[in-house]
Design a protein around this ligand. Structure first.
Ligand SMILES: NC(=O)c1ccc[n+]([C@@H]2O[C@H](COP(=O)([O-])OP(=O)(O)OC[C@H]3O[C@@H](n4cnc5c(N)ncnc54)[C@H](OP(=O)(O)O)[C@@H]3O)[C@@H](O)[C@H]2O)c1
Length: 233
């Protein structure tokens, strides 16, 4: 049995607590990260708080026994004050009330001591299947890549939704295109999957599109068009 203490009540802490509660080899306790006076001892402590609060919470709990880790994609392992440090970064977008399938989520793991990796791997395997050993430098790069894949793509959907709403066109007409774009980026490379007026250099179509957009949208359209064209050899 591995004892796990989770500090925090946010999106990630809530989902991790619920998943670990169902794991047969884990004994999990969740603690409010604002009330850290009595934390039971544990093999593993997971600091699942906002990036900017990780260092402070880690200092507050001090060098307690066991492996201490955070769940961030963007914060260095050395933000943890304890001797046995780790990172337990689940690479997915978490929202408290949305259902999550941990078997599909990649866990990016790192430990400061080689000997601790096994323990961390066992903790991850108790709730998931996709385990990757990723160091802090790689994780920071991966996090930037994830912002492009998720946050920026989603913002593109928001712009498309606005355009549809303004013109009384149901956004759902674009659902199959959204699905196909994500599928093709995986089945062939994103670069090979690229199509559209920028790739073809259809100057007149590009001009027509720009005339339909507001100033902010025009800037985004022009920047992305240039980026697509620059990426063509
Ligand atoms: N959400 C995601 O999709 C996702 C995915 C992978 C990794 N992560 C990482 O997981 C961590 C938690 O993210 P989240 O989305 O779960 O955040 P969240 O829902 O915003 O929750 C943040 C938690 O941190 C606590 N907190 C904030 N400032 C604090 C402070 N100064 N002292 C003590 N506690 C503090 C909050 O307490 P209060 O509620 O009392 O403010 C809350 O429990 C972050 O490092 C994030 O990068 C998030």
């Amino acid at each position: 049995m591995i004892s796990v203490v989770i500090l925090g009540n946010g999106n990630v802490a809530t989902h991790l607590y619920s998943a670990f509660s169902k794991a047969l080899n884990i004994n999990v306790t969740q603690i409010n990260s604002r009330k850290l006076s009595t934390i039971p001892s544990s093999d593993v402590t997971i600091i699942a708080v906002s990036d900017d609060a990780i260092r402070q919470v880690s200092q507050e709990i001090g060098d307690r026994k066991g492996l201490i880790m955070h769940t961030s994609g963007a914060v260095d392992i050395n933000a943890i004050a304890g001797k046995r440090k780790g990172v337990f970064y689940p690479l997915q977008s978490f929202t408290k009330n949305a259902i999550i399938n941990f078997n599909e989520i990649p866990f990016c793991l790192e430990t400061s001591h080689k000997d601790d990796f096994n323990l961390l791997e066992n903790v991850a395997k108790s709730i998931g299947k996709k385990i990757y050993q990723i160091d802090s430098e790689q994780r920071k790069k991966l996090h930037v890549a994830a912002v492009f894949v998720n946050n920026f793509s989603n913002h593109m959907y928001t712009i498309a939704n606005d355009i549809c709403e303004k013109n009384d066109v149901p956004f759902e007409i674009l659902y199959p295109l959204i699905e196909e774009t994500a599928k093709k980026a995986q089945s062939i490379s994103p670069k090979d999957a690229q199509t559209g007026p920028a790739k073809r250099n259809d100057v007149q179509t590009i001009q027509n599109h720009l005339e339909q957009l507001n100033l902010q949208q025009q800037k985004i359209y022009q920047l992305l068009t240039k980026s697509i064209q620059n990426s063509i050899e």
